[in-house]
Design a protein around this ligand. Sequence first.
Ligand code: FEO
Length: 401
Amino acid sequence: MSNTEIAKGIYSVGAVDWDVRDFHGYSTYEGTTYNAFLIVDEKVTLMDTVKSSHRNELLRNIRAIIDPEKIDYIVVNHVEMDHTGCLPEMVELIQPEKIICSPMGQKALIEHFHREDWPFEVVKSGSEISLGKRTIQFIETRMLHWPDSMFSYIKEDGILFSSDAFGQHYASNERFDDEVDMSEVMRQSAKYYANILYLFAPLIKKLLKSVADMNLDIKMIAPDHGIIWRSHIDKIFDAYARWSKNESEEKVLVIYDSMWHSTERMAHAIGRGLNETGVNTSMINLKVHHRSDVMTQVLNAKAVVLGSSTLNNGLLPRMAGFLMYMRGLKPTNKFGASFGSFGWSGESVNLMNSALTDMKIDVIEDGLRLKYVPNDSDLEECVAMGKRIGERVIKSFKTDS
Ligand code: FEO
């Protein structure tokens, strides 16, 4: 990443991680960036830092503009290690006058780095700090997505530093939304929302409202990952508004794993039944689809139909892992159903139905269990199940409208 001047005296100095492919269980096929910004004012300010592995890139970018020891303030919008991993070294080098963070941020920084002696300056929503020509206004965004998260807004330039919100895991040398493929950026934004922020939908709705009520003149949104929004700010705000309403489309996902293809054949037959109703259907074999891509599809699906063979009185491990992951992200406003083949005990359908019920997903079928290998009439039952689910989904949209 080059040190682009994003506004007069404000530079992007973060790092590009081209190679990362796993972000604690989230697949990052497009890599990511750890964004940090340098504001050259009477008080020179570093807005966030980067993962420890990328500190040299951060330092090189800063040094191309200014001696790091001239930095006065470091702002920590969010303590997660991808943004603070190199903070102890930066503090040692810079000896900043202030480390600016939220009240929860101070607590989390101490719990991470065990340095109560750091020069913390704690700010709350509405607090302002003058840098000279510019003023930073702070907005706490607790639990979006960490307890300490906050936004920093530079009034004079209309730049909202939004921490992880509005970000994407998308590595690029370009810095702005109008320099890259927007369809890819929106795909990555949806994936980011579905895998990091999904469970916080009620808080996001409130945040969008309070940002609108503050009437900020936002000219740029600079998240901690991916590109900076300047030409498509409405597009990302609209997408967040839509996603946080948990609205779904006439779309059904058949998500399955299979031992000896019996459950797979059931899945395909259910898919045929769904197709016959005209509902948009995606077939998702967990052997080949990563859980975080599946969650991106769950975001706007109306129904999830789960299939797993029974293994050792339980679920196939990919399905068990996926359900644990999905449960944490708390999808809402969905129908669910389950199916699977079995040999002698056959618990999988009940286990999947229980998991759906725990997630408050409306289980609309008792579930279909078939012994060993399905015959033609068994597969007809699967087709019929698919048809019933498709018709129920279509009807729900007629009822809603
Ligand atoms: Fe990008 Fe929550 O760290």
